[in-house]
Design a protein around this ligand. Structure first.
Ligand code: DHB
Ligand code: FE
Length: 281
């Protein structure tokens, strides 16, 4: 049986990708941020996941106002890095896991969550920056990746509780897949940031730390946060944090927190990072 053994939460700021691609990770500005990912890079080398279900949001790269799926699963064999205006990032193509992705689609849709099935799409910084943070700069990514895109850009967006429950449905789906696979789930985006309007540049450290500190042991409390609180307290892009609740919902009820990191700022964003391990008895 396949199992979701661990979850990773991480911001996905595009400038982090740029710092990696241009070899600037040890600069005075960037070093403290990247130091916070050293634990995870070493841990991933030991864990060797077969598949990562990577929950992210597309930023008008694959989807735009023509089509706005709330939840979309990538069932394709391969996904290319998107051109977000400066050419595609110099990172490997993402290799999908179509058999498991179709199984998750089947199971999750039967558990009453509507997923849009996407066979072809390019993947933007929301997906590729976390891969670079956790795996560095390999020739090929060390595992298969199932993209799970969530609309947190155009209203209406899904609330945290629905995202958490989707995570639980994904766990059921993975555990009913016949192959022995070590599966991880990553939730990306956040923490507090606002890219536009009079409040651009907003950071709310206290609110972010309260979210980060409750994710392991009190996730149900976080599922009660209404979307207006994300916007008010964490800025218009802080709503990306609902994707971390999909990750948390997919893990066991009790988890072990292996690592946590918080850093301000990276570009316009407060960066949060957490590693949680499922506990099977
Ligand atoms: C920034 C952060 C994001 O999450 C994003 O998707 C785009 C930009 C930023 O801080 O610049
Ligand atoms: Fe984003």
């Amino acid at each position: 049986m396949a199992r979701i053994t661990a979850g990773v939460g991480s911001s996905h700021v595009p400038l982090i990708g740029r710092a990696i691609d241009t070899g600037n990770t040890q600069d005075e500005y960037w070093k403290p941020l990247f130091d916070g990912y050293e634990f995870t890079k070493k841990w991933e080398e030991q864990e060797k996941p077969d598949v990562v279900i990577l929950v992210y949001n597309d930023h008008a790269s694959a989807f735009d106002l023509k089509m706005i799926p709330t939840f979309a699963i990538g069932t394709g064999e391969r996904f290319k890095p998107a051109d977000e205006g400066f050419g595609p990032r110099p990172v490997p193509d993402v290799i999908g896991a179509p058999d498991l992705a179709w199984h998750i689609a089947q199971s999750v849709i039967q558990q009453d969550f509507d997923l849009t099935i996407v066979n072809e799409m390019d993947v933007d910084h929301g997906l590729t920056v976390p891969l670079s943070l956790m795996f560095g700069q390999p020739e090929e990514w060390p595992c298969k990746v199932i993209p799970l895109a969530v609309n947190v850009v155009v209203y209406p967006v899904p609330n945290g509780k629905r995202c958490y429950n989707l995570g639980k449905a994904i766990r059921n789906a993975v555990e009913s897949f016949d192959e022995d696979l070590n599966v991880q789930i990553w939730g990306t985006g956040g923490m507090s940031h606002q890219l536009q309007g009079p409040r651009a540049g907003l950071i709310n450290k206290e609110w972010d730390l309260s979210f980060l500190n409750r994710l392991a042991d009190k996730p149900e409390e976080l599922t009660e946060i209404p979307h207006v609180e994300y916007i008010r307290e964490a800025g218009s892009e802080g709503i990306e944090l609902v994707m971390w609740l999909i990750m948390r919902g997919a893990l066991t009820d009790k988890v072990k927190e292996l690592h946590k990191h918080y850093h301000v700022p990276a570009s316009n964003t407060a960066v949060g990072h957490i590693v949680l391990e499922s506990q099977f008895d």
